[in-house]
Every structure is written in structure tokens, then in C-alpha cells.
Design a protein. Structure first.
Length: 707
């Protein structure tokens, strides 16, 4: 009668009728039908493979294809095997648990051996089937672990009424811990720190128990507390112990004790009913897909994060605990956090420009409010100048507050704002225009370039040669040529280029002023404001050309000689020239995302606004922008995260010299250049903490949109 339940389950499974095959099955002729498109794709694929084989060599190409085939085959075997394994959960519970133990034991032991934690069963490599020498120790230990894990899980799941689960669980899991104790190499045995062991065990039990008590009640909380105690004991013994200075007793306490505790926890769990096995079978399908991703996330993110946080409280070589000393060094270093000249922005031209634009926005809002009977009309004509004023004010403040942390904040403000604004403007202008796809492809193209490659490209554009030589950098070539125009040293069509440029600029300014007057009559305030702003810029250029001069030149004794800009050395705005590189890259990303959002705006809304008499500008700001607000939020948060961890551009351009240091580059320099692992880890933690609020806001916004 011991196996009656399992036999009944198998009989139930046999009684389930087979699913009939589908009525409409595609014939072999249709399945293998040859089409011109299919032939073309095959030819292209064969051509690519042949080209790669010739370019990189047949041997290298063959090895690469073999590795790819093996990886794909192993992935398929693991996926299919996992599905087949969980198919046994309902009809054959004992077999299912035994296989689970085999897999867990094999993976655990082979990983520990490959990391040098287990002793060698064979000191010399052996030849297998006449091949090269192979290290058979991982496979032997993997086999031992698989056998031990399978036996333990068989004892725990075998439905025998005469045997109690609790003694079997304690003996089985405890024996597995004893086997593991014997397997550990002497060089990894920990010298226990009992304070850390007890603290970790108590904290683990309290944490696991409290969470389960809230979710499932006191009965389940007891078992979870035992799980937390066992896990905490392992963390305190191995993570808090001095590895390599212990003895056999220490490794036994560190391994067997938590194994016995976990055995008690498993023994207290009743054997699942057939209904519970059904739930395990059904829920396993999602976990088959999630576990590989979760394992990669844990191995690549969670575990390194925990290790980094721990390392940030250690000294430069990780040998001693120094508490908060590394964090005090970060915020006490004037090169990282310096506010001595915090009031210097009051004399900055950016500050004066911000005040002037803010006053203009306030005036526009008050004047527009008189027509709508409001104290202040919050339209795009008034709010856009206020946003621009805030942007300029932030740049003025951050340009005078020096240090690594302020540089990162400056990067976030400038790159995020301009990349989003330019991407939105480009998406609007390109929407439904001729050549839209080509224009978007060209703007998006920088996204395909790595940050290192982009930094090198722009270094060539920024490069400055001696003033007496011809400039090879694009920007300095333009700058020097503007200086030649401003000093009458250039001619266009036989005329002085200076006055030709003045005439062209003046004509453009007059046209813009006429457009301003027409827009005011039509109450198109946005068009009037943009046109007036451009006209003022043109007026300033005319003033510079006619008056003090424009471009790169130096006058001495009445003679003008060329002069260049050293973009990466002229502080503090050398940071802005670095930001231009990232703006150039990320504008395409913002454009593509926002363009898709704009196209998804229902046409019924825009048509209704147009029927009500709204202008195209009003439709955009009052209908389209609110509709794509969530998408703008996603773009902004994504850009903030990207900008906060910027590293490559600064590394290849200035390496943090001339007050251009950022947190990621300082972290790299501290950890690998100066061999100060503790300070580098602390900088990484600061960078991580600064990103958490942005990620939280983004996740909450996504959840609200789904709700």
C-alpha cells in the first residue's frame, strides 16, 4: 500500500484522452515550397558565411561555428530536459525529486571543484580516448555530488509510511554536509568568527521569519526562520571567517551545522498532495524561462553588488575593515566635492541670460493672462522660456561648483535635457515628411558607434594644431575661418566676405521680425517666441562681426593672426564639449522612441482639436505632448541612468584631466590605477545609490500605467 497513491496517479494519467491532431496540417509541398525570397535569403546567408570563412580563415570559422552549435545544442538539451523533468512532478513524485537532487548535487560540486574549493582526487591529468590531457577531477566530484544529492532527495520523497520524514531529512542532508566537509581543500577552510556567525544566523532567522509571518502566518514562519538561520550560518561562517586559516573542525561546523538545520526544515514539510503536485507542474513552466535569467542576474549583478558593498568598508587591499573612511574620503576630497566658489555663478553670463529669459517668460505669461482673465497664463509661450532659464541657471551653478560629483550632475542636466529636446524636435519635424526613414536612419546611426569610437571621432573634430599651421580639426577650421571673415581676410565672389555675411544675416533677421509680427497677429505665440529668439541671435552675430569681431584670431599691433580653441583644456566648459559627444549619440535613441509615441497618438484627438480651431502648435503642446508624457518619462529616466555611469567618453578624451573627472572614471582609476580597491568600491556604491531613485520612479510610473 506504500505506493498506492502514485499508482493511482499513473492510472489517472493513462485515462486522459489523447489530444487529436489538428485538422488542417500543412502539406509537405507547402512546407518546403521554394520561393524567390527564400532563395535570395539562402544565397545571402551562404555568401556571408563564405566571406567570413575567407576573411577570418576556415579553421577559425570552423571552431566558431562548432562552439555556436555546441552552445545551441546544450541550451536546447537543458530546456527540453527541464520540461521533461517537471513533467514527472505529478505522476512520479519520487523520480522527480531524485532527478532534482542529482542535478543540484552535480552542479554544486562541479562549480566548487572548478573554483579550487575541493581537494584533487587525481593529481595528474589523464588522457581520454587518446586525446589530450583532461582534468577529470571536476567530473568525478560532479558524479559524487549527483549520487549524494539523488540519494538524499530519494529518501526525502519516497512515500514510505513506516519511515518518518524528519529523521530521514536530518540524516540525509546532514550526511551531504559531512561529505562536503571532507571534500573541502585545506586552503579554503575558514577560521570562524563566532560573533559574525551568531549575528548572521539570528538576523537571517528573524528576516526570513518576519517576511513569511506577514505573508503566510506563524506555521510557515517557523520553517522559514529555520531556513534563514541555516543560510545566515553559512554566510557568517564562510563570508565572515578567515579563509585558509581554519581546521577540519571549523569547516565541519561551518558546513554540517547549517545542513542539519536545513534538514530539520525540510523534514517538517509534509509530502505534497496530488493537487499541490499539479500546481508545481503548471508553475514550473514559467520558472524554466526565468531561472536562467535570474541566475545570470544573480551572478552578474546581485552577487557582485553585495561583494562591492562589503569591499567599500575595507581598506585599499581588502585586508582590514575601515568603516566609513572611504566615504569620508570621497565627500571630503575637494576634487570630488567642492563648493568653495558656490556663489561664483552670480557673476556668470549664463546667470544673466537666465534672468533675462525668465523675466521674458513671466512677462509673456502675464500679458497672455490678461486675455484669458488669469494672473499668469501657463502656455508654451511662457513655460518654455522658464524651462530654458532654469536650464541656463543650473549650468551656471554647476560650472562654478567643481568636483567629480558636480560634474556628474552637470552631465545629467545637460545631456538629458538636450538629447530629449532635440530628439523630440527631430521626431516632430521628421513625422510624415518626405525622406523620413532616411533622415531618421542618419540621425540614429551614431547609436551604432561605441562610446570609445565616438570619443576618438570627436577628438579628431576638436583637435587644435599650432595657429600658424592649417587646421585639420573641423571645429577649429571653422573657427579660424570665421576669424578671417571677421577681419576682412576672406572674399566671396570677389566681395568682402564680412559684409556679405552681415547682409545675409541682416536679411534673415528682418524676415524673422516680419514673421514675429505676423505670428502676433495670428496669436501664434510659440512661433513668435522662437522667431524672436533666433532674430536676437542673428543680431548678436551681426554685432560681433561689425564690432569686436567673431571667430578665432588675435590682434597685435593692428595685425590679426589665427587663434584656436583648446576644447578639452578650457575649463569649465570643456565638460560641455564632452557632453556634446553623448548628446550626438543619444539623440537618435530619443528620436526613435518619441517618434513611435507620436505616431501612436489617436488621430481623433488631433482632428477634434483642429476642428475646434487649435493651431498646429497648440495641437502639439496641448494634445500630443500630454499623450506621449509617459514615453518622455521613460526616455528621460533611461538617459539619466546612461549618463550617470558615463565612462568611456571621458576615459578616451581627457582621462579626467582639466576638471573633467566623473564618478565612473574615478572609480576605475582608484581601483585599477591606484590599486585602492576599497575607495573604488565606495565610488561604485555611490554611483549605484544615485541611480536607485531614478529607477524607482521609472518602475512606479510603469506600474501606474499598467494599472
Amino acid at each position: 500500500m506504500a505506493f498506492t497513491d502514485e499508482r493511482e496517479i499513473q492510472d489517472d494519467v493513462k485515462k486522459v484522452p489523447a489530444v487529436p491532431p489538428p485538422e488542417h496540417v500543412e502539406s509537405k509541398r507547402e512546407l518546403f515550397k521554394i520561393t524567390p525570397g527564400g532563395v535570395f535569403r539562402v544565397i545571402v546567408l551562404v555568401g556571408i558565411i563564405a566571406f567570413l570563412g575567407i576573411y577570418v580563415g576556415p579553421a577559425t570559422m570552423g571552431k566558431t561555428l562548432f562552439k555556436v552549435a555546441v552552445a545551441v545544442a546544450l541550451s536546447g538539451v537543458v530546456f527540453v530536459g527541464a520540461n521533461k523533468l517537471f513533467d514527472q512532478a505529478y505522476p512520479k513524485w519520487t523520480r522527480f525529486n531524485t532527478f532534482i537532487g542529482v542535478v543540484v548535487g552535480f552542479v554544486l560540486y562541479i562549480v566548487l571543484e572548478c573554483n579550487g574549493a575541493f581537494r584533487s582526487l587525481f593529481d595528474d591529468r589523464v588522457k581520454i580516448l587518446g586525446g589530450g590531457p583532461w582534468d577529470v577531477n571536476p567530473w568525478l566530484w560532479g558524479g559524487i555530488g549527483a549520487l549524494a544529492g539523488g540519494v538524499v532527495m530519494f529518501l526525502l520523497s519516497a512515500p514510505r509510511a513506516t519511515l518518518a520524514r524528519l529523521p530521514l531529512a536530518v540524516i540525509g542532508v546532514g550526511g551531504f554536509g559531512a561529505l562536503t566537509t571532507y571534500a573541502f581543500e585545506e586552503s579554503v577552510r575558514p577560521a570562524l568568527d563566532w560573533n559574525k556567525v551568531w549575528i548572521c544566523a539570528i538576523v537571517g532567522a528573524a528576516l526570513f521569519g518576519a517576511v513569511t509571518l506577514i505573508r503566510k502566518g506563524p506555521t510557515a514562519a517557523t520553517r522559514s526562520a529555520l531556513t534563514g538561520a541555516g543560510v545566515g550560518w553559512l554566510v557568517g561562517a564562510w563570508g565572515g571567517g578567515d579563509i585558509g586559516r581554519g581546521n577540519l573542525t571549523g569547516v565541519a561546523i561551518a558546513t554540517i551545522v547549517p545542513a542539519v538545520v536545513l534538514g530539520v526544515r525540510f523534514g517538517l514539510v509534509a509530502e505534497p498532495s496530488p493537487a499541490e503536485r499539479r500546481r508545481i507542474d503548471s508553475k514550473s513552466r514559467s520558472w524554466i524561462f526565468l531561472v536562467p535569467a535570474l541566475a545570470l542576474t544573480a551572478g552578474g549583478l546581485v552577487i557582485p553588488l553585495i561583494k562591492t558593498i562589503y569591499q567599500s568598508f575595507r581598506n585599499r587591499n581588502g585586508s582590514e575593515t575601515v568603516g566609513m573612511e572611504n566615504y569620508r574620503d570621497i565627500f571630503g576630497d575637494p576634487n570630488a566635492f567642492n563648493i568653495d566658489n558656490w556663489d561664483g555663478f552670480l557673476t556668470s553670463r549664463l546667470f544673466y541670460a537666465a534672468i533675462a529669459i525668465a523675466v521674458a517668460g513671466v512677462v509673456i505669461g502675464i500679458v497672455s493672462g490678461r486675455r484669458t482673465r488669469q494672473a499668469f497664463d501657463r502656455t508654451e509661450s511662457s513655460t518654455i522660456p522658464l524651462f530654458i532659464a532654469f536650464f541656463l541657471l543650473a549650468c551656471a551653478v554647476l560650472s562654478t561648483s567643481r568636483g567629480t560629483i558636480f560634474n556628474n550632475i552637470w552631465w545629467v542636466v545637460v545631456v538629458t535635457s538636450l538629447a530629449t529636446a532635440i530628439g523630440l524636435g527631430t521626431a516632430v519635424l521628421a513625422d510624415r515628411a518626405k525622406g523620413e526613414q532616411v533622415a531618421k536612419a542618419l540621425i540614429f546611426l551614431p547609436m551604432a558607434i561605441s562610446f570609445v569610437g565616438a570619443g576618438i571621432i570627436w577628438r579628431f573634430m576638436y583637435i587644435a594644431r599650432p595657429p600658424t599651421n592649417n587646421q585639420t580639426g573641423v571645429l577649429n577650421s571653422i573657427w579660424v575661418y570665421l576669424g578671417q571673415i571677421s577681419n576682412g581676410q576672406a572674399r566671396w565672389l570677389g566681395l568682402d566676405a564680412k559684409w556679405v555675411a552681415v547682409a545675409v544675416l541682416a536679411a534673415a533677421a528682418v524676415g524673422l521680425l516680419l514673421l514675429v509680427a505676423r505670428s502676433i497677429r495670428l496669436r501664434a505665440s510659440s512661433t513668435a517666441g522662437i522667431s524672436l529668439g533666433i532674430a536676437l541671435i542673428l543680431a548678436y552675430l551681426i554685432f560681433r562681426l561689425v564690432g569686436p569681431g567673431l571667430g578665432g584670431f588675435v590682434k597685435a599691433d593692428g595685425t590679426a593672426t589665427p587663434d584656436t580653441i583648446i576644447f578639452f583644456q578650457d575649463t569649465p566648459f570643456n565638460n560641455l564639449w564632452l557632453m556634446v559627444i553623448l548628446i550626438w549619440i543619444q539623440t537618435g535613441f530619443a528620436m526613435v522612441i518619441l517618434s513611435s509615441a507620436i505616431k501612436a497618438v489617436p488621430t481623433e484627438l488631433t482632428e477634434a482639436a483642429r476642428i475646434d480651431g487649435a493651431s498646429q502648435t497648440q495641437i502639439f503642446w496641448r494634445v500630443t505632448v500630454p499623450q506621449i508624457g509617459p514615453t518622455i518619462g521613460v526616455v528621460v529616466t533611461t538617459l539619466i541612468v546612461t549618463v550617470m555611469k558615463v565612462f568611456d567618453i571621458v576615459k578616451v578624451s581627457t582621462n579626467g584631466q582639466s576638471d573633467t573627472e566623473v564618478i565612473a572614471n574615478q572609480m576605475f582609476t582608484s581601483a585599477f590605477g591606484n590599486s585602492n580597491e576599497g575607495l573604488g568600491a565606495a565610488l561604485a556604491v555611490v554611483l549605484f545609490i544615485s541611480i536607485i531613485p531614478v529607477m524607482y520612479v521609472n518602475i512606479r510610473r510603469i506600474q501606474q500605467n499598467r494599472a
